[in-house]
Design a protein around this ligand. Sequence first.
Ligand code: TXA
Ligand code: MG
Length: 331
Amino acid sequence: MIPAEADYARAVELLRAGELVAFPTETVYGLGADAANPAAVAKIFAAKGRPADHPLIVHLAGHDAVDHWAEQVPDAAWELMETFWPGPLTLILKKQAWVPSTVTGGQDTVGLRVPGHPVALELLRRFAALAGEHAGIAAPSANRFGRISPTSAAHVREELGDRIQLILDGGPCKVGIESTIVDCSRGEPVILRPGHIAPAHLEAVLGRRPAIEIASGAPRVSGSLAAHYAPQTPMRLIAGQRLLDYLNAQRHKGDRCGVIGHSQPPQAGMPHLWRMLPADPVGYAHDLYAALREMDHAGVSAIVVEALPEEPAWAAVADRLRRAVAGSGGN
Ligand code: TXA
Ligand code: MG
């Protein structure tokens, strides 16, 4: 799906006027504003209902813009950019003094990413052609604060349709979960948010496996609040062997659950709404948020997710599920 010429023109016009535009990336849809315009960036926080001390990622058209936003960029960061940009990797770097604190949540660092989606790149290039070659678009995921990230234009409409003037539609997102975040501002690179680009991929470039430091309560990385990415229906994770017992008990109580399985197939005679996701982490990530959203709309009493394998390849989706459970008020 490709937006029409007029949609791009309108998007750039809105950004230049300090307004918000939602756009697709390969991970999830973003809610964008001119990153150099603090008043525009403030509108992002208002639309999402997001606390002001949560920093935003600045999206750039290419590596050339990095030095405009960041300083003291270490070699390791350049190597990661060379390998993974455009793509689902965000780097945290020391910010240039001019970068507005509305973007960085008052920190001395800035998150930068060149997204790997043709529509995002086209928008960024057109914006930079008018606003200056290093111009960037600040964009968090285009959902209300704490809720499930949108992986289609329809999801954005559902979350924020009444608060934004334009959603560029680039079809469903390929990756489906948010970018991997690597902090390169404090010496050795450290993973702050797991994602599609896994520790092993980073190790292949860096020569050593980066540590993972996922904060649970600090505002430093908003997606790392313990409760996040959450549906409104209570959610729980149950291991495969106990799943059927639990669902049987719910059936006897007269409750209809939503079930998200990956290895445990639907059981005949159960009243539950059962969705099978792919049994590989990449396919699972691609479908997860749409499945949670569907279940949230289905009027089920609880969303029951078959617990995931405890293997490194599943770490990123396991992280999102844990936070979704915490945010849903389930356990
Ligand atoms: O895939 C993605 O990263 C998507 C798409 C739209 O690019 N964006 C996204 O944005 O997930 P958001 O705001 O929902 O999550 C960005 C994360 C937040 O957890 C934020 O705290 C963290 O990046 N972040 C941004 N700047 C930071 C900084 N200077 N230091 C530490 N964390 C930072
Ligand atoms: Mg988010």
